[in-house]
Ligand binder design. Structure first.
Ligand code: ADP
Ligand code: MG
Length: 746
């Protein structure tokens, strides 16, 4: 047979004409198999089919005998079709008769039945003698075993000679093609495919003791045992991660080589003055982060730095330090927050910390005579001659959607004219009409939104070469920081300012526990402390959810805490009203603030010591962590109480809440979140433009990520343009197809 000429670029039809044109459907035949593969799965070539990996395996040594099935337990059995019985039920008056097909399967120890209602065609799918794998929950019906929610895989049909050994792969299929057809195509492909050369450098594969490529691809489809399968998976995961890291290394190398950035003055009068005047002792972590930021900003290539720190770890100081580096080098800086509330909070912190540095609000500074010494220090520094050295001056402004009219015009003019050194704002900063005179640093506070769009938009405002500092309060899992964020430098605030007492977290599931939690609020309020109650109006745009929060607020106000001063805060309130409610809470005139998740960001109330979260099961882990970060900010002991109304079998909700109870460490929670949700939901790889990972799981493969990363970076160090590895350069181009710009251009 002229069969060993198959190559990876051949169309799937070349594997086997009979298999490739197989059609499914009993009455009306569907399209041919190769058409389904092309149209629903984007599989055209033999090479693409080889990368279509099984979604699971049935290990024949692990399957159960029918006799040993336990009622109520998930099980897999391998059995032969014994007979197929079709009946028509006697119709009820006025109804059409129904058909019921019962397929009986047998193994050497017993029989099991699957009933199919109103699917008459099933009778033609199963033929006596066929071998199938059945998975489902075992049940007993009229003395016979049945399977509930069964999954059936046809392993071998009549005349089908695929011998798959002990472990049978089950490939993802689609409407119009069965897993069995895909398996047979792959089997036949390997029969005809000559041994393929390894696409990876040989010394690298040897140093990492990885399985050769051809063996790995064969073994992932048709493993002989678990150990071989594990080695095959390791090898193919490594390939995915290696290419990803090579792309990351490539981009980093290019950015570092670039000389278009601003070389800032890391040390100067403003930063020195800030360190002298901060009203607290910076933590070691803050000092380290400020040094890192200073170094990165002093370099001649643009900075891209990710500052990770739990809520309350003191990111504002680091951000402000970066801004002062830009300003003392003669440029402007901007801080962009995700919400108006948070922008306001930043502006307040900035105003506080900057007062001693000589910072004044632009809108207050402007009407006065610019020659006056106002720009140089506060009132106490006023004596001419005698007093302390005048503080170096700078101006800052707030720009959000609610800065309007004349004020807005003045702010915009100040930014365009260069008189405003520092702008704090929302996405209003990146809108049309905002022109900077000389922006050299953008600080983007992303909280937990890993948005790449706005960061890029703000970068555009500075002509593309400005330094960027991204702050995130939800730590990014380590694997994510090494891959999808791997082109960024990372600084970590892993130390809390001293004097903080850890927050105690409890899950509450009974009425009695709820009473105790409410009692805790009363006790704390009596001691002069304050509390939050968060209601799960998850969708602030949804009127009914907000309504529910309002009703709950009313109930708490009148029935549960009639003696306390209670206020309500939600996302549909006007900014002015929100600000008013928060101001009264901040000033201590309110004991209990009932709110939706708008308090998630922007609230710094050291006097708040209790947080009750209603329906905590509806919140994501990152969100719960954010919420909890609103308390425990002062010197008092704090409590976070999570009301869990989930069903007992809602294992994900349980896992989230238990993780919250177990730890307050944001990095641990980030990894747990990744594990629970999978990277697909946590991070939009499509938005990032990075290649998808088929086998590698960022939640589990930290070790492989690290290995692949160090090999990729080392290889690129030796061979910067990949001149001696053209096949790797090709692979990069292919895998990064959607984001070739990201890779090769700025
Ligand atoms: P983050 O933005 O990381 O959540 P902030 O910068 O808002 O944290 O700081 C939280 C609070 O802790 C603020 O009130 C801030 O003044 C205070 N703070 C920051 N750093 C320190 C420190 N080193 N020592 C004491 N308090 C600090
Ligand atoms: Mg720089």
């Amino acid at each position: 047979m002229p069969s060993s000429s198959l190559s990876l670029d051949d169309p799937i039809r070349a594997i086997d004409a009979r298999l490739a044109t197989r059609r499914m459907g009993a009455k009306t035949k569907g399209p041919e198999a190769w058409v389904v593969l092309a149209e629903s799965m984007e599989l055209h070539t033999v090479g693409q089919l080889l990368h279509h990996y099984p979604r699971r395996y049935i290990d024949r040594s692990m399957v159960q005998s029918i006799r040993d099935l336990k009622i109520g337990q998930q099980a897999t059995v391998i059995a032969i079709v014994k007979d197929v019985d079709t009946r028509t039920t006697r119709p009820r008056p006025g109804q059409r008769p129904k058909t019921m097909v019962t397929v009986t399967f047998k193994d050497p120890t017993g029989v099991i039945q699957l009933p199919f209602f109103n699917q008459p065609w099933v009778a033609r799918v199963y033929r006596p003698g066929m071998e199938v794998a059945l998975s489902g929950i075992a049940q007993m019906y009229r003395g016979r075993f049945q399977l509930a929610s069964p999954e059936v895989e046809i392993l071998r049909g009549d005349g089908d000679l695929v011998h798959t050994g002990r472990i049978t792969p089950i490939h993802p299929a689609a409407e119009g093609i069965s897993a069995k057809t895909i398996r047979e195509l792959l089997w036949k492909a390997f029969e005809q495919l000559p041994r393929q050369p390894d696409p990876m450098p040989r010394d690298l594969i040897e140093a990492e003791t990885l399985m050769p490529w051809h063996d790995a691809v064969h073994a992932i489809h048709f493993p002989v045992d678990d150990r071989t399968l594990a080695s095959a998976r390791e090898r193919l995961k490594f390939d995915e991660l290696f290419t990803l890291e090579l792309g990351v290394a490539f981009r980093r190398q290019r950015m570092t080589a670039e000389r278009k950035g601003v070389a800032h003055r890391a040390d100067g009068a403003l930063t020195a003055r800030l360190r002298e005047t901060v009203p607290f002792e910076p933590t070691d972590a803050q000092v380290r982060a400020m040094d890192e930021v200073g170094r990165a900003m002093a370099a001649a290539h643009p900075m891209n730095l990710l500052l990770q720190g739990d809520v309350g770890s003191g990111k504002t100081l680091v951000a402000l330090h970066a801004c002062l580096v830009a300003i003392q080098s003669g440029h402007q800086a901007a801080i962009m927050a995700p919400t108006e509330v948070l922008a306001g909070q930043h502006a307040r912190s900035v105003a506080g910390l900057l007062a001693a540095v000589g910072g004044v609000a632009w809108l207050l500074a402007r009407p006065r005579d610019p020659d006056q010494s106002l720009l140089f220090g506060g009132p106490s520094d006023g004596e001419p001659g005698g007093g302390p050295e005048p503080a170096p001056g700078l101006t800052w402004a707030l720009l959000t959607g609610s800065v309007t009219g004349k004020e807005r015009e003045r702010v915009l003019a100040g930014i365009a004219g260069g008189e405003v050194d520092l702008v704090v704002g929302t996405h209003a900063l990146v809108q049309e009409g905002v022109t900077f005179s000389d922006l050299s640093l953008a600080v983007v506070d992303e909280q937990h939104r890993f948005g790449l769009h706005q960061r890029m938009a703000l970068k555009g405002k500075g002509g593309g070469d400005i330094d960027v500092l991204i702050m995130t309060a939800t730590p990014i899992p380590r694997t994510l920081a090494l891959t999808y964020y791997g082109d960024l430098d990372v600084a970590i605030l892993d130390e809390m300012p001293t004097g903080r007492r850890p927050i105690e977290t409890r899950a509450v599931r009974t009425e009695a526990e709820r009473r105790r939690a409410e009692e805790l609020v009363r006790i704390e309020a009596a001691a002069g402390r304050q509390a939050f109650v968060v209601c799960a109006a998850i969708d602030e745009a949804n009127r009914t959810q907000v309504k529910a929060a309002e009703v709950e607020a009313e109930r708490l106000r009148t029935e549960v805490f009639p003696e306390l001063r209670v206020e309500l805060l939600h996302g549909r309130m006007k900014p002015k009203d929100k600000e008013r409610v928060m101001e009264t809470f901040r000033s201590g005139d309110v004991d209990l603030l009932i709110s939706t998740t708008v308090i998630e960001v922007g609230m710094d109330i050291p006097n708040a010591t209790v947080m009750l979260v209603e329906n905590a099961e509806r919140f994501g882990l990152a969100q719960l962590h954010q919420l909890r970060g609103r308390i425990g900010r002062g010197a008092h002991r704090s409590w976070c109480v999570l009301f869990d109304e989930s069903d007992e079998d809602n294992l994900d909700a349980r896992a989230r809440i238990d993780a919250m109870v177990r730890t307050t460490d944001g990095f641990v929670l980030a990894d747990e979140d990744l594990r629970l949700r999978g990277e697909g939901t946590l991070f939009d790889t499509r938005q990032s433009g990075m290649p998808d990972l088929k086998l590698a799981r960022l939640a589990e493969d930290l070790d492989l990520v690290t290995r692949a990363r160090s090999r990729a970076f080392a290889l690129l160090e030796d061979d910067p343009g990949l001149a001696s590895h053209p096949e790797l350069l090709d692979e990069l181009r292919r895998r990064f197809e959607r984001s070739i710009d990201w890779l090769f251009r700025s």
